[in-house]
Design a protein around this ligand. Structure first.
Ligand code: PEP
Length: 250
């Protein structure tokens, strides 16, 4: 298994033709990435296309959100059972845009995390502070609080089958990136927090950095001891830049 994960969150971007172009660019050049598992997170309507195009390439598929219920009267929602039919491996839970724009709270995020693991899929738990929280010196308490909600619901040992993405809210889609030192500090604190309850799982846990990662910033970020890859938004929409970020994983 590759040491690093480089995941591309397409958010609500794409079209059939853009997806065709992006996936073929990824497929044609995936061999140039040797030390990162690549994962793409297309919007739901493009899952079938991603499944068909990426079969046998080693590029994994994830979904950006999920409903914690299996089936029933949940208009507009998509279940894990459905996602699994499209060879999905990963599920983003608690992305800051879900928390801020769709009012997802820690208990809903924890329920999605638990449901994802119950279906033998891997949650990528997204955590991060706002600019205001950072300026108030509350970064670590906010981030550890978001993680604690999941520990309370699922236990520390659950991190054997999960990934965390630290994404400072002020760095998402803004062009601002946490410095490698700032990011490493938080990643280390996250690992230490989980180690308090699950030391072995904390050691093996992959913690990705997200927030305006670019080809230029990736290499130094990924060189930090506790950074195990990236969750990439904007730069994952072009095959060239996404693959170059994948190659920055050494
Ligand atoms: C994201 O939303 O997960 C993200 C990191 O976006 P961007 O890279 O565009 O800041």
């Amino acid at each position: 298994m590759a040491h690093m994960i480089v995941a591309g969150n397409w958010k609500m971007n794409a079209s059939k033709s853009a997806v065709t172009e992006l996936l073929s660019g990824l497929k044609d050049n995936v061999a140039s990435v040797s030390n990162a598992e690549l994962v793409v997170f297309p919007p739901f309507p493009y899952l079938a296309q991603a499944q068909a195009e990426l079969m046998g390439t080693g590029i994994r598929i994830g979904v950006q959100n999920i409903c914690a219920q299996d089936k029933g009267a949940y208009t507009g929602e998509v279940s894990l059972v459905m996602a699994k039919e499209f060879d999905v491996s990963y599920v983003l839970v608690g992305h800051s845009e879900r928390r801020a724009l769709f009012a997802e709270d820690d208990s809903q995020v924890a329920a999605k995390y638990v449901a994802t693991q119950a279906m033998q899929l891997t949650p990528i738990l997204c955590v991060g502070e706002t600019l205001e929280q950072r300026e108030q010196g509350r970064t670590l308490s906010v981030v550890n609080g978001q993680i604690q909600a999941v520990i309370d619901a699922a236990g520390g040992a659950s991190f054997a089958h999960a990934v965390i993405a630290y994404e400072p809210v002020w760095a998402i889609g803004t062009g601002l990136t946490a410095s490698p030192k700032q990011a490493q500090e938080v990643h280390r604190a996250i690992r230490d927090h989980i180690a308090d309850v699950a030391p072995e799982q904390a050691r093996g846990l992959k913690i990705l950095y997200g927030g305006s990662v670019t080809v230029a910033s990736a290499e130094e970020l990924f060189a930090q001891a506790d950074i195990d890859g990236g969750l990439v938004g904007g730069a994952s929409l072009q095959a060239d830049s996404f693959l170059a970020i994948g190659r920055a994983a050494k």
